[in-house]
Design a protein around this ligand. Structure first.
Ligand code: SF4
Ligand code: SF4
Length: 313
């Protein structure tokens, strides 16, 4: 049976994890293990991890693996699956993600996108990579989704990692209550913090929420957390935030903050587009191309002209 989690009531020791990626090199110092946690308060149009947006267990369907045995049609209590022209089709509107069909599919054409884990299980996965952290000064990065959406679970994972002497980082949209940051940042060495747009109306158009809370939290972190290394990230999305005016005003804002080590530019890509099909969501940015290197370099120059270090990822 699918399980929905509530931020304030689920056990501190358990949470929903939708991926664990090993040997990552862009999300903190050294070689890192990235723990992707489900649930996000934003709905960015370009999201590369749409399967991580919901804080509940969720079905994914991979038609290429389906042999047409029809076991799933027989078991689905909501008639969300049918056969048309010899193909198995999902009616996503009818699916309530009960995951009964996953149990009968012997071809792995149906899977839960995430699973419930406790923090000890996550630590066990993390500890497998300990030799890599030691050799590279690496560690663990919590990502998502938005790790602060499962604040207690995230804090517990980070705390366990710190007990083992492992370097910790989080990637955050910044959209969370300040109390959640206070809890998480006790156990965090490194923070990647997104600024997606300096204009709150535009921010709301692209992500579903305004930017006030995000900018306010970043200002507080930059003043209060002197021991945490802060990197600001700008995902560069064509026709959304890729204007000189926006980059200039982001740089100007960052310049007013303390403890920001650099700005990283993350060019838009379509690597997550296929995932939308697997979870029955439309991908609205099919026509967009990645920004050209000349454009990226122009923005990098604007940022550097404000005496801020800048890297293009
Ligand atoms: S149970 Fe799996 S393999 Fe069989 S029809 Fe359904 S999706 Fe396809
Ligand atoms: S997860 Fe969706 S498709 Fe699968 S059995 Fe439940 S309602 Fe039907």
């Amino acid at each position: 049976m699918a399980t929905a989690l509530k931020n304030d009531c689920f056990l501190r020791e358990k949470g929903l994890v939708f991926n664990i990626e090993r040997y990552a090199v862009h999300d903190g110092p050294g070689i890192r293990t990235i723990i992707f946690l489900s649930g996000c308060p934003l709905q960015c149009l370009w999201c590369a991890n749409p399967e991580g947006q919901q804080l509940k267990q969720q079905l994914s369907f991979f038609p290429d693996k389906c042999t047409g045995c029809k076991e799933c049609i027989l078991i689905c209590p909501h008639k969300a699956i049918e056969q048309k022209n010899n193909k198995i089709i999902m009616n996503w509107d009818k699916c309530n993600h009960c995951l009964k069909c996953v149990e009968v599919c012997s071809n792995e054409a149906r899977k839960s996108v995430n699973k419930i884990m406790n923090s000890e299980q996550v630590l066990k996965e993390v500890m497998k990579d300990l030799p890599f952290y030691h050799r590279s000064n690496g560690g663990v990065t919590l990502s998502g989704g938005e790790p602060l959406m499962q604040c207690d679970f995230s804090a517990n994972i980070l705390k366990l990692c710190k007990k083992e002497g492992i370097n910790t980082a989080i990637e955050t949209s910044g959209y969370s209550d300040w109390g959640n940051f206070v809890e998480i940042l006790k156990y965090t060495d490194f923070i990647f913090y997104d600024i997606k747009h300096m204009d709150t109306k535009e921010h709301k158009y692209g992500t579903g929420v305004g930017n006030e809370k995000i900018l306010e939290n970043l200002a507080k972190i930059s003043i209060l957390c002197k021991d945490i290394d802060i990197v600001v990230r700008i995902p560069l999305i064509p026709n959304f935030n890729d204007t000189e005016k926006n980059i200039y005003s982001t740089a100007k804002y960052v310049k007013t903050l303390k403890n920001i080590s650099k700005i990283e530019l993350l060019p838009y890509h379509k690597l997550g587009a296929m995932k939308y099909e697997y979870i029955g969501k439309p991908y609205l940015l099919k026509e967009l191309d990645s920004p050209k290197i000349e454009v990226l370099n122009r923005f990098k120059n604007i940022i550097q002209s404000n005496d801020i270090k800048c890297e293009i990822l």
